[in-house]
Design a protein around this ligand. Structure first.
Ligand code: UN1
Length: 499
């Protein structure tokens, strides 16, 4: 069995604990991907010492040159796309079409970052005094601790890492325990592209043993975390106490709204993709379907028919629509919520159980599940499940749909299907989310636009696009007075005074 290592201090090394965990294929738990380090705070401490040296070197490399390395990273990802997608499906289950998309999102992020190395704009503004220049520019911050989830094993680490690197920070990367192989491939690619070794550190292990020491380390001023709202609160408490810069990307309870005038075939494709893509394990997944009363019964009928025909299976086999859940805990959580939904009185229309077909016994499969007659008081109407469970809510008007959409504590994405342009723009204005799609599903954000949510989904920062570069750099202002005399700001205004 292949044994993988951490990358610390410029070398592939064993964990200080000497302990490892097994990474298994969630579609077939007999298939062991490899053993990965079960590291602890000592490994994190070593990584920080090295990353500080990496930062001292890297911050002096001109940003366009830093960007050139990211361009090579993108090129290598292009050439290894199929291999990475295959490794990703093997360790986390989503079908190859989706893992290819995940790698592509990383490639897009690499090329965007490469170009950003030639921008990183500051401002030059007029000074209120003569013969004086005033400007702002961006400086790197230090060692960035990046704690990543399992569901986008390539895209999400790149959303964090590439902007962090182009801005001149060094990085300590902790991939989710379920996807350490993809994380390893990403680090290999960075090194192959010529990133100075101490600029990147890879520390495998659990949130408790690696994530927490990273967040608590005084020499890691930047933390970016994607994961559950509960863990994000703990991370936030520590970062608040230690005055760290923190970007949080957390839960969602995203809704697709279908109004009476919608193109129902289009809305149907959107709901299937939004709710059951990535087995419902996207932060952006559609977990509520809000149907207007005129199309409610008809649309539900169409939906259930199609969902029953979806094929569960190994994501590496063609014809598979839905892969397994990531692990046993995730499946138990889904099972728990299916019990809760039934106990609360919602109507289970399909799914609600493990599949009975042969060949699926050794994976964490669960049938795509639809609950109808879900009421706002039902827990499945407002709690994040992170699995293939869709809660259908019936409404009378667009306004009621907007109100239901906004009634949860999360605010990542929303989607509206209608042919009415006025209602569309009202929705863009009224829906409390970081992203709203019109006539498209709740999933499918593009790498060059800001990504993130309002309310308890995040803490005001965005990943992706141009905004993330603000997070990974600090504004500094420079004044250059070339008048040769003392000029007192706010006092020596020279108005009406000749030279
Ligand atoms: C996530 O689920 O955390 O918009 C990220 C999407 C993808 C990214 C999802 N581009 O669904």
């Amino acid at each position: 069995m292949k044994v993988f290592k951490n990358f610390i201090n410029g070398a592939w090394v064993e964990p200080s604990t000497g302990a490892y965990f097994e990474n298994r294929n969630p579609a077939d738990v007999n298939d062991v991907v490899g053993k990965f380090p079960l590291s602890n705070a000592e490994d994190v401490n070593r990584a920080v010492v090295s990353a500080k040296r990496g930062f001292d070197l890297w911050k002096r490399v001109p940003a366009p040159q830093r960007g050139d390395i990211l361009r090579k990273v993108g090129d290598l990802m292009v050439s290894r796309k199929e291999e990475i997608a295959d490794a990703m499906t093997r360790e986390m289950g989503k079908p190859l079409t989706e893992t290819r998309g995940d790698v592509q999102e990383g490639i897009d992020t690499a090329y965007y970052a490469a170009a950003e190395g030639r921008r990183l704009f500051g401002h030059t503004v007029p000074s209120e005094l003569r013969n004086k220049w005033a400007m702002s520019y961006r400086r790197p911050i230090g060692v960035a601790g990046l704690i990543c989830p399992f569901n986008f094993p390539m895209a999400i680490p790149t959303w964090k890492m590439f902007p962090a690197l182009v801005c001149g920070n060094s990085v300590i990367f902790k991939p989710a325990e379920d996807v350490p192989h993809t994380g390893t491939l990403l680090v290999e690619i960075l090194l192959e592209a010529g990133l100075p070794p101490e600029v990147i550190q890879l520390v495998h292990g659990t949130g408790e043993e690696v994530g927490a020491p990273l967040v608590e380390h005084p020499d890691v001023p930047l933390i970016s975390f994607t994961g559950s709202t509960a863990t994000g609160s703990l991370v936030g408490a520590t970062c608040g106490r230690m005055h760290k810069r923190l970007s949080l990307e957390m839960g969602g309870k995203n809704a697709q709204i279908v109004l009476d005038d919608a193109d129902l075939d289009l809305a149907l494709e959107g709901a299937l993709w939004g709710a059951f893509g990535t087995t419902g394990q996207r932060c952006t997944a559609t977990s509520r379907l809000i149907l207007q009363k005129g199309i409610h019964d008809n649309f539900l009928g169409m939906l259930v028919e199609r969902v029953k025909a979806m094929k569960l299976g190994d994501g590496r086999k063609s014809g598979t629509d839905i892969g397994p859940l990531i692990n046993d805990d995730a499946r138990r959580k889904v099972e728990h919520y299916v019990d809760v939904g039934q106990a609360d009185g919602a109507d289970l229309l399909c799914g609600g159980r493990r599949p009975s077909e042969s060949g699926l016994d050794d994976g964490y499969f669960y049938e795509p599940t639809i609950f109808a007659r879900v009421e706002p008081t039902h827990r499945i109407a407002f709690e994040e499940i992170f699995g293939p469970v869709l809660s259908v809510i019936r409404v009378s008007t667009p306004e009621e749909a907007f109100q239901v959409n906004n009634s949860v504590k999360y605010g990542l994405s929303s989607s509206l299907y209608t042919r009415d342009v006025n209602v569309s723009f009202r929705a863009l204005q009224e829906l409390d989310n970081g992203i709203t799609y019109i006539n498209a599903p709740t999933i499918g954000a593009e790498a060059h636009l800001p990504f993130g949510g309002v309310k308890q989904t995040g803490n005001g920062h965005r990943e992706g696009g141009w905004e993330v570069y603000e997070f990974y750099s600090e504004t500094k202002v420079g004044y250059v007075d070339y008048s040769g005399v003392l000029q007192r700001a706010q006092i020596d205004t020279y108005l009406g005074t000749p030279d």
